[in-house]
Design a protein around this ligand. Structure first.
Ligand SMILES: [Zn+2]
Length: 311
């Protein structure tokens, strides 16, 4: 085994190690962009939250104030899209190269990729009201953001002629914190450029701490087989949501089919269909109705049984 030293080339960076710009609810921040952003395509994966074998629902509000019940969603992950950038830019999806794009083409369980941006910024040390802390201090952080924030920054860039080296005032951050939603305005002055010693500290902090590989901050880079695992997990959750929850008409149908399947299993195997027991699907009650469809006589018997059960 060769020996290795505690030097940067031996360090394995993970997404957890980025010092990310993150505002708490109500917090303000003053930052300066030190360079232009980079971006990559990512899929944001979510699936219904399943508790005790049931998909849970939450009440959500429409813009007009009325409420509706919707699936409570869990965040599953944000992997980078494996598609070709030119193909995605053209078609919105690259089903040939990315399993998630392929799934998005045939199902609404997952969506196509979105652009996710990342850049190195300097965040000034400030008090709660946004004023600078004395003596001057700052931190190098990575700011990742969505298309919506990119558009806000685009507007500011158009108005002020470029963003690199320009102070931005962020906040206050709105609840919930996870959304990182806040106003962005251009500062009236650029704090870092007001004084020689401040200029020196900001430049040094940026140069010494900037992250070179920003794509990993946008989303996790994963092999196709791991993406397929994620897709399987999402499909399973949706199956629970569509098949098991109370009050959903589709679900009640599922429950009846399930009961039919149970009854089917209890019936003695038909002598003329010995292969039934050999099929592994026969062990799964939900798979039974499809088999019944091919046996009208038996379906009638089951229908009578079910009628007697008053369901
Ligand atoms: Zn994709």
């Amino acid at each position: 085994m060769p020996q290795i030293d505690w030097t940067p080339e031996h360090k394995r960076t993970t997404t957890l190690e980025f010092d990310r710009l993150k505002l708490k609810v109500g917090e303000r921040a003053r930052i300066v962009l030190m360079e232009k952003p980079t971006f990559t395509w990512v899929h944001t994966l979510r699936a219904p939250k399943v508790v005790d074998g049931q998909a849970s629902k939450v009440m959500k509000k429409r813009k007009d104030g009325s409420e509706y019940a919707d699936w409570e969603m869990d965040f599953i992950g944000r992997p980078q899209c494996l598609g070709d950038h030119a193909t995605i830019a053209e078609d919105g999806l690259d089903p040939k190269n990315c399993p998630i794009c392929a799934r998005a083409k045939e199902s609404e369980e997952v969506a196509g990729p979105d652009r996710r941006f990342a850049m190195n910024i300097i965040k000034y040390n400030t008090k709660g009201d946004g004023s600078l802390v004395s003596p001057f201090g700052c931190a190098s952080q990575v700011w990742t953001f969505t298309e919506g924030t990119f558009n806000k920054l685009y507007d500011i860039a158009q108005e002020h002629g470029g963003l690199v080296g320009r102070d931005l005032i962020l906040g206050p951050c709105q609840a919930p914190e996870a959304f990182q939603k806040f106003d962005i305005t251009a500062g009236a002055k650029n704090v870092w450029d007001t004084d020689d010693s401040v200029r020196q500290i900001v430049r040094e902090t940026h140069a010494q701490n900037r992250i070179e590989e920003l794509e990993a901050a946008c989303g996790r880079r994963a092999e196709a087989r791991w993406l397929k695992e994620d897709l399987k997990k999402i499909a399973e959750r949706w199956a629970v949501a569509h098949g098991r929850s109370a009050g959903d008409p589709a679900t009640e149908k599922g429950e009846v089919q399930s009961l039919k399947g149970e009854l089917d299993k209890m019936l003695a195997p038909q002598p003329d269909q010995p292969q039934r027991d050999a099929e592994p699907e026969a062990q799964h009650p939900t798979a039974a109705p499809a088999q019944q469809a091919a046996k009208p006589g038996e379906t009638d018997d089951l229908a009578k049984l079910l009628a007697g059960l008053n369901i």
